[in-house]
Design a protein around this ligand. Sequence first.
Ligand SMILES: Nc1ncnc2c1ncn2[C@@H]1O[C@H](COP(=O)(O)OP(=O)(O)OP(=O)(O)O)[C@@H](O)[C@H]1O
Ligand SMILES: [Mg+2]
Length: 408
Amino acid sequence: MTTLWLVTSRSFDNSGMPTVTMIGGGQLARMTHQAAVALGQRLRVLAERPDDPAAQVTPEVVLGSHTDLTALRKAAVGSYALTFDHEHVPTDHLEALVAEGVNVQPPPRALIFAQDKLAMRRRLAEFGAPVPAFTAVESVRDAVGFGDEHGWPVVLKAVRGGYDGRGVWMVDDAEQAAAIAGEQLAHGVRLLAEQKVSLRRELSAMVARSPFGQAAVWPVVETVQRDGQCAVVIAPAPELSEDLAAQAQSLALRLAAELGVTGVMAVELFETHDGALLVNELAMRPHNSGHWGMDGAVTGQFEQHLRAVLDYPLGDTTPLAPVTVMANILGAPNAPEMSMDERLHHLFARLPEARVHLYGKGERPHRKIGHVNILGDDVARVREKAERAAHWMSHAEWTDGWDPHDEH
Ligand SMILES: Nc1ncnc2c1ncn2[C@@H]1O[C@H](COP(=O)(O)OP(=O)(O)OP(=O)(O)O)[C@@H](O)[C@H]1O
Ligand SMILES: [Mg+2]
């Protein structure tokens, strides 16, 4: 009886354009709204607070929690498709919405592999996709046994709910493994153990796929992590062989099709010292490794995600420059006294080519509060500029000691 109320005739707004609802009001939703504006739409968001990054900019805000089915229903009413800026919506809720006629993209049967690292590892292993050796950890003995068998160090991970390196523990020996596994299991955290990969670097292969089945990939990028968090992205990945790039792209296309992914998906990859690829994890939403494309590709990930969930034809993913570097603006240990407005003013005076994206977030140590994209020809120079610009924006310090008052 309650099953029909969501299937309204009003999937389109008064101007005849569809409304997409995104669950989560963070920066990914904010930048998706920015892309929606160009397509004649407004993004509706389910945000926890009125000052969340996306809630500040779209008029279509439903306040509530992504774990509350009533709030999810309210956000879905009359929207053409429902999608996500994070992977934390319980799949039971999503199944309920699907049963009530909501067009959930990506569907819960695909999303589960971005939510649950153990389900993802098992499914990918079944496909024959390359993954590190892993095992479920249900007891301290499982964790210690895995390390003894595969060699120390190992990585322990929370099966669900990790982000920005939270929920990931590098473990050197049996004693540490016992301590961490014991503590986490006692708190009801489900765990897995995997081999610590000796990696040359981390890569990301981003793909978009529509319900119709059209798919498009961007060039494979290198992601540089600091303290378990993405700091810099270089597009395309420097000195990546054509063969490895093609392998990564076909893997992303294959996974998207086999898992039934819709919208954009980032396939986080490890490149090993002997030139092999291993899948780290999947993100079925716009991802930090795709921010470069806002300025550096014909079609960026945010517009592509909307096109994909709306089942529009996908956009051209060709880069606009030989290299684009994205540097995250990460909150400094102590927020500078200089206002963000003044920092921006100085940045633009020094680097007019910097493309800045600010998320409207308060400054806290390590928090992602924005990013800078720089396009150019020479990887080292472009990277230096992008990192210098991002550091300036968070610390109000030039890494090369530059002082405008010294200039004559
Ligand atoms: N098996 C591994 N071997 C070596 N390093 C690893 C391994 N697993 C994770 N890492 C390192 O830890 C980082 C975070 O791990 P992972 O991506 O699984 O966690 P997350 O918190 O879900 O990530 P995100 O920051 O993408 O939200 C990786 O980017 C990588 O640098
Ligand atoms: Mg990750």
